[in-house]
Design a binder for this molecule. Structure first.
Ligand code: BG6
Length: 501
């Protein structure tokens, strides 16, 4: 039951001097504050190693907000007064005692009923340690609620994820753990369910009788930037597929939930992930392909290959591109491939889902070599947000031929409201206790079990063709073969395209 005091809380950010806090968290908290989503009974404690004063911390918070293109009110000081800094050593008991004292004072100062959010925005090796110290030192022993927000990576494989989960569960219950997958905070990812379950023209067709295949592309034009150290041990499979891509698959494939509650929705997503057909190691190469970018031209600039990036092994065999075919073994999806692809240094930054419908049993308008264009539903996740439907219409004139026509709805083009940043929505959800758009442990476990099969095969073999795609391209040619073998091709992701065959 939510009460009036529900959104009164202290948010403790571990890693408050880091990039995530600066780029995403402070601006999101400010937006929530400005929109009145955060009561004035809140405080933020920034905890990190550096010896900063409250003033230094507040100046950094102010700068990060100013740099984030948000309209900043003239007087931001009242907001900044809610921010406090604590120099923190994660393995030192004294730090936790100081933290507890500080939070207790803030509870009093801002009339907060001992509700606490602990946000882990730092190196993952400390997640478990912090959780157990919080409990051991009584920081979670409150009369209000406690919630833990945890960033990815949630483990490196199933085994390490389970170990991390066990550590967290010593201090927090499953209901108190909010595992972030920021894709679940994106407007159009949240819209997948609405498009499916609020439209009579889609849901009856949403199955293997009418859909021939589904394609999910999440491409980036950036390389690994300054994250080479992390990325070279992760790769695209762990970085994007285990979480964001599989979450989108689950939302597209799940059955309608009985009700729109966290539990019902999660149950259906988990069922969909359970239906993913696991591969044998021998099958991996026929279902998944990997790539690594070489030099090339992106946005008219010549860029380095992956192996030349900072903190990357010059002989690295880490994949920066993955494409795969997923098979879902249930009544709804038997025989419908879900193709996914994601990579860095591709042609452009874009996330799109294309649902391709089956051809009609007979083409009355068949003309010489021309085929009827399949109907498509395109969900534009980013940067543009909206949906398009590709239908067939009559070609103007006397020929009697058909033409594909594209109907576009661009929700981000409407100037009613700016789409809130994913982090803003997720933080708000956590504050009000809604865990729907966070990943349950069962989802994490199933995703790792699926991905581990692929990573084990890839770790034990060395790709001889790396780098196998040029920066600025749509990835290696072998990714096209994956679809061509089934008689399909990737639909283009560029906005200008008219989706003709
Ligand atoms: C993160 C990955 O989870 O998602 C990054 O670690 C990737 O490597 C990012 O760039 C992509 O997110 P978005 O929202 O920009 O598509």
């Amino acid at each position: 039951m939510k009460t009036d005091s529900a959104n009164k809380c202290v948010i403790v950010i571990f890693g408050a001097t880091g990039d995530l806090a600066k780029r995403k968290l402070f601006p999101s908290i400010y937006n929530l504050y400005k929109k009145g989503k955060l009561s004035s009974n809140f405080a933020v404690v920034g905890a990190a190693r550096r010896e900063w004063s409250n003033d230094t911390f507040r100046r950094n918070v102010a700068t990060s907000i100013q740099e984030s293109k948000i309209d900043v009110d003239q007087d931001i000081n009242e907001f900044l007064n809610h921010f406090h800094y604590l120099s923190f050593d994660v393995t030192n008991t004294e730090s936790y005692t100081n933290l507890n004292d500080l939070i207790t004072n803030l509870d009093e100062e801002f009339s907060i009923p001992e509700n606490r959010i602990f946000y882990m925005a730092m190196a993952p090796q400390f997640f478990g340690t912090i959780a157990s110290y919080l409990k051991a030192n009584g920081v979670t022993n409150t009369t209000g609620w406690n919630r833990l927000i945890i960033e990815k990576p949630f483990g490196h494989n199933y085994e390490s994820a389970q170990k991390l989960n066990d550590d967290l569960r010593e201090a927090f219950t499953e209901d108190e753990i909010y595992r972030i997958d920021h894709y679940l905070g994106k407007e159009m990812v949240q819209n997948i369910e609405v498009i499916r379950f609020a439209n009579a023209i889609f849901e009856p067709l949403w199955n293997n009788r009418y859909i021939s295949n589904i394609q999910i592309t999440s491409s980036e034009s950036l390389g690994v930037e300054d994250r080479g150290g992390y990325y070279d041990h992760a790769g695209a499979l762990r970085d994007m597929v285990q979480n964001h891509m599989l979450q989108m698959v689950a939302l597209l494939a799940m059955e309608p939930p009985n009700r729109l509650t966290t539990e019902e929705i999660r149950t259906e997503k988990i069922k969909a992930l359970r239906a993913l057909r696991p591969m044998t190691p021998n099958e991996v190469d026929s279902y998944f392909v990997r790539g690594q970018y070489g030099r090339g031209i992106v946005n008219e600039n010549t860029v380095n290959g992956y192996r030349e990036e900072g903190n990357v092994d010059p002989k690295s065999k880490t994949e920066t591109f993955v494409a795969g075919k997923l098979v879902i073994d249930n009544f709804r999806w038997a025989g419908v491939p879900f193709y996914i692809r994601t990579g860095k240094r591709m042609t452009e930054k874009s996330t799109k889902i294309v649902i391709q419908f089956k051809n009609l049993p007979m083409n009355l308008y068949y003309k010489s070599k021309e085929e009827m264009h399949p109907n498509l539903l395109i969900i534009h996740i980013q940067p543009d947000e909206g949906i398009s439907i590709v239908l067939n219409g009559k070609k103007i004139g006397l020929s009697g031929e058909t033409n594909p026509v594209k109907l576009d709805f661009c929700s981000s083009c409407q100037d009613v409201v700016n789409t809130p940043e994913a982090y803003e929505k997720l933080l708000n959800d956590c504050i009000i206790g809604d865990a729907t758009n966070f990943t349950h442990w069962d989802e994490v476990a199933l995703s790792w079990s699926f991905v581990d099969i692929i990573s084990k095969v890839w770790e034990n073999s060395t790709p001889t063709d790396f780098p196998n795609y040029e920066s600025g391209s749509m990835g290696p040619k072998i990714a096209d073969k994956l679809l061509a073998d089934d008689g399909f091709h990737w639909w283009p992701i560029t906005d200008e395209s008219d989706y003709t065959i």
